[in-house]
Design a protein around this ligand. Structure first.
Ligand SMILES: C[C@H](CCC(=O)O)[C@H]1CC[C@H]2[C@@H]3[C@H](O)C[C@@H]4C[C@H](O[C@@H]5O[C@H](CO)[C@@H](O)[C@H](O)[C@H]5O)CC[C@]4(C)[C@H]3CC[C@]12C
Length: 802
């Protein structure tokens, strides 16, 4: 370990956090403590998220874009009241907690009588009310619907309470939903917050509830709790109560008649130091041996947001449908309560083919859908292009010349998600490469929008100089014609200032440019969007030109630079390498294919020549008869077996470009490499129960030459499993991926916070990380095997070069 690197990081950290008093994009001194409590988050894409725990608590908040608060707000509860023959017989907070506040409430529900299931974007909580012969099931639904670009953006969640009355007498059931005004941060006490009751009626359907206006100087918002009024369901409320007191007034009010007082009028503004909360209650009669449903919702409206720099005001995607005036919470609540059935129908139509496939193991079904939580809970933002923004503004000072950028972004908005909740950089591109399968398969327009944003940054530059923390050299923030590492830090001004990552100068990274080219063709292959392909073509050529500089010996194969110059940013590579060399050849092959599709004969010839030279060099320098060596440096770890050595083949296979004229790597070599990885990195590591270690020595000992060679990266393992499935090693693929799922979701208790990495013992790194979304590439591989994947585009679909 180079002490200067460590020193530079700490010096930078001190200046940033202690002098400038800003958050560090990666805070190595304040890692988020592991809490094994999380369940399915609430909310659609890009409007903020509120995560509930599997015990029902409201415990992870991301309303300010990209900024997380890990705070269980104790006042946020569901409470049940049962009444028979005009008497309250049971009233209980549905929580196992016994907090020091709200002690006038009946806490301490026995967990033995509660069950939790999650299949993102839905979750079920079952409460068998002890001694009552009544079962409550709360189904939580968020609008996360593939190929939907409207409702999927809404900041809402719905709670559908199914009440089963097993008694021989009627029972009156009330579900009370209490919520604090705020996120449980110190801002809840700044004063000036207030609540008011509301009703909202449209098309003869009415919802009623309370609005909680949270009036912070930056990014103010309104929360809304509500329930649907319908025949036989009464909705009552309390506008405000003190969640830090005993809470007796709320408890007694409900206890009396199973309803709340429903005062009219607004609450007063909170004083400094004071916190306020509100309650809504839905009540219905459930006849003996029958069941009824109560429908409640939570919405939050933070339409316009500033990032940390406060330079620009951004409008969330949903403002396009619900306005940006800050008064949308009633309409959002109504929309959610009126549309959740339709959302569920769509969610079922999407999920059922997987769930009903008896050949797929249960763990895979859970992994596939539940890992998708990161699509919303990855600090995700989905913004409108501002109305006053011109086509020219969007292309950046250099003028990207992307003809469809403006109409596309206008139509679909701009999307970004963090590398991880602890690694606060948007759209970290070397990692998104893996996760992008989820985006392109489920919301392809968002993947294309993201790619347009990257393309703009490629042609633009940031000439400011800065010192990089690893290595210490000073260089420009962003060079022209290279893909950036990320599109910025939520603590600064994303899109405007890219490359928040200042560990290495990523202009010298070998994988970023290639990952752009690979995604462009993969996206075109899956979406058939020829306008996109045409727009991206010059950008692909530009980044490949930059990349060609890394072929220093002109053998058709790029060389790594002797530092950690790719996604494994602490694992040094010298000379030709299996990972970057493989990505390079795959990208060159895709350049040939794109040139063919676009009728660009000259470029096609250029890359065909490079490919034939490069293939030969790759085999000669790296193939050792069983697998591709880590690199060609001849160092003592050159012969390490890298689990990700077939990453190029992974992408080629996903695009149907792995055979015939497109065979880049000999089939027999790929199969042999995958078998070796399975034998050594999977079965030879932790008894085959933890996925694949990144680097294994041929003698069966993990490569400890770097911190990252000795780690398992969950997202890489899912990608490896997909590659195995593509190559017909289906059982091995599932066995490989299963190790990661069981380790993370079952053994380590890291549900809904899958980390980037873990080691065999004790160590994990970067909770709630982007890369594991790559599990969707397993699904693509399976769909292709089953013949469900979309057919490849026909060349005639693309207009030939004029
Ligand atoms: C300062 C230490 C010693 C350096 C030396 O030996 O000279 C560094 C050794 C290990 C580093 C940390 C480790 O690499 C993990 C983190 C990586 C992170 O960067 C992101 O991580 C992804 C890989 O997991 C990568 O694909 C993505 O592009 C990156 O944004 C940066 C922080 C690390 C904690 C890193 C910090 C420096 C070391 C401690």
């Amino acid at each position: 370990m180079d002490v200067m690197n460590v020193y530079r990081y700490f010096r930078w950290w001190f200046k940033k956090t202690r002098i400038e008093k800003k958050p560090a994009f990666i805070d190595l001194l304040c890692a988020v403590p592991l809490q094994q409590i999380y369940g399915c988050p609430l909310g659609g894409i890009g409007g903020g998220t509120i995560t509930r725990g599997w015990r029902g608590e409201f415990c992870r908040w991301q309303l300010n874009p990209g900024v997380y608060h890990y705070e269980t707000v104790i006042a946020n509860q569901f409470t049940v009241c049962l009444r028979c023959k005009g008497q309250t017989v049971y009233q209980q907070v549905l929580s196992m907690e016994r907090p020091s506040t709200l002690q006038g409430w009946n806490w301490g529900y026995c967990g033995h009588y509660a069950f939790y299931h999650a299949l993102y974007p839905r979750a079920w909580m079952v409460y068998e009310l002890p001694g009552q012969n009544v079962v409550l099931t709360c189904r939580q639904v968020s609008p996360v619907i593939p190929h939907d670009y409207k409702d999927s953006s809404l900041p809402v969640g719905v709670f559908i309470w199914e009440v089963e009355n097993g008694r021989d007498e009627d029972v009156e059931v009330s579900i009370m939903f209490s919520l604090q005004n705020g996120m449980g941060t110190k801002e809840d006490r700044i004063g000036g917050h207030w609540n008011e009751p509301f009703t909202f009626e449209r098309d003869g359907e009415r919802v009623a509830g309370v609005l909680l206006h949270h009036c912070t100087p930056v990014n103010p918002f309104t929360l809304a709790i509500s329930a649907r009024e319908k025949a036989g369901t009464e909705v009552t409320h309390l506008t405000s109560f003190n969640p830090t007191g005993l809470g007796r007034e709320v408890w007694q009010d409900l206890l009396q008649d199973g309803r709340l007082d429903s005062p009219t009028g607004k609450s007063s503004l909170t004083e400094k130091g004071e916190v306020t909360a509100a309650v809504v209650c839905a009540t219905c009669r459930v006849p003996a041996r029958e069941h009824r449903t109560l429908e409640l919702a939570l919405a939050w409206d933070m339409p316009c947001v500033h990032f940390g720099s406060k330079e620009k005001l951004h409008f969330r995607r949903y403002t396009r449908f619900f306005g940006s005036g800050g008064d949308a919470a009633p309409a959002l609540s109504h929309h959610a309560l009126m549309h959740y059935k339709e959302w569920e129908r769509k969610i079922e139509a999407w999920q059922n083919p997987v769930l009903e496939n008896s050949q797929l193991p249960s763990w895979y079904k859970s992994a596939l859908f539940n890992e998708l939580y990161f699509m919303t809970d990855g600090g995700t933002i989905w913004m409108e292009v501002p109305p006053d923004c011109s086509a020219k503004d969007l292309q950046g000072p250099a003028g990207a010349g992307l003809s469809h950028l403006f109409p596309f972004l206008r139509e679909y908005g701009r999307f970004a998600y963090l590398e991880g909740q602890e690694y606060r950089m948007y759209n970290t591109y070397d990692v998104h490469f893996y996760a992008s399968f989820a985006l392109v398969m489920l919301w392809p327009k968002l993947q294309i929008s993201l790619q347009y944003d990257i393309a703009v940054t490629v042609v633009n530059e940031d000439v400011q100089l800065r010192q990089y923390l690893m290595g210490g050299q000073t260089a420009q923030v962003k060079l022209k014609n290279v893909v950036p590492h990320d599109i910025g830090d939520p603590g600064d001004e994303p899109w405007q200032r890219v490359n928040a990552y200042l560990m290495h100068d990523t202009a010298d990274w070998k994988d970023l440019n290639l990952k752009f080219v690979l995604q462009v063709y993969r996206d075109y292959y899956l979406t058939h969007d020829s306008l996109y392909l045409r727009d991206m073509w010059p950008v692909c050529q530009a980044v490949m030109e930059s990349e060609l500089k890394f072929d220093t010996d002109n053998d058709g194969l790029i060389e790594n630079g002797g530092f950690a110059d790719q996604t494994y940013d602490a694992w040094v590579v010298h000379g030709a390498s299996a990972y970057c060399g493989g990505l390079w050849l795959a990208a060159v092959c895709m350049m040939c294919k794109m040139a063919e599709v676009l009728g660009d004969a000259e470029i096609q010839q250029k890359y065909t020549d490079i490919l034939s030279k490069g293939k030969e060099a790759f085999e000669r320098m790296l193939w050792n008869g069983k697998y591709y060596n880590y690199d060609s440096s001849g160092s003592h770890t050159s012969s390490s077996i890298m689990s990700d050595q077939c990453a190029g083949q992974w992408f080629l296979g996903a695009c149907g470009m792995d055979q015939g004229e497109f065979e880049v790597f000999p089939k027999s070599h790929i199969l042999s490499a995958l078998r070796t990885i399975f034998e050594k990195n999977v079965l030879g590591f932790a008894g085959g129960t933890m996925g694949a270690v990144n680097g294994m020595r041929p003698d069966g000992v993990p490569d400890t030459s770097s911190v990252q060679s000795n780690e398992v990266w969950i997202g890489v393992v899912y990608a490896l499993a997909a590659t195995m499935i593509q190559e017909g090693m289906v059982e091995e693929g599932f066995r490989t991926a299963e190790g990661c799922y069981r380790t993370v979701w079952e053994r380590l208790g890291m549900a809904f916070q899958t980390p980037e990495a873990y080691r065999e013992k004790k160590v994990y790194r970067s909770l709630a990380y982007m890369r594991p979304l790559s599990i969707w590439s397993m699904q693509l591989a399976l769909e292709r095997r089953a013949g469900w994947a979309p057919p490849p585009p026909q060349p005639s679909q693309v207009p030939v070069n004029p």
